[in-house]
Design a protein around this ligand. Sequence first.
Ligand code: HEC
Length: 144
Amino acid sequence: MQKAIISFVIFALLGFGLGYLVFGVIMGDSAKQPQVAQTETKDEATTKEENTAATSSANEDNILNQKGCLGCHSVEALNIKGGAVGPDLSQAFVNVEGKHGKPIQEFLKQPTSAVMSGVISKSPLTDDERKQVLDLLKQASEAK
Ligand code: HEC
């Protein structure tokens, strides 16, 4: 009878020992996986940052930036960020006529408002530039 108890204790200990080892190996493995996942998340974050950089450098090519309009205007609908001195131009294509009494094509030639009169008389837009601005603002007004 005593032998039976002793072997039970020994096997029980062996069992726990083995179990503990196996458990340790499995946990050790799976403990590594979250680390891998974390590295991947970091990579994604880096890629996102690169994308944002790409977007803002694409912004730099647009006509509004070339003509200095972004010093005072944003176009949120196209994710173009600029100054806040002037209104956001996302809906300018559709609402300038109501606000300023002439269609935006005319407004950009000869603005009826104080600040923009100054801007345009200092640096008028060529026909081609005005067309690019209109295309961009048309796109913005349709972007939502
Ligand atoms: C010095 C700051 C400044 C710059 C630069 C500027 N704007 Fe403006 N813009 C304004 C302000 C302020 C208004 C609001 C009306 C006003 O007071 O003239 C305005 C109004 C407008 C409007 C009418 C939008 C509305 O909702 O009333 C349009 C369109 C516009 N600007 C386009 C442009 C374009 C295109 C350029 C670049 C060629 C430009 N602006 C450059 C300040 C600026």
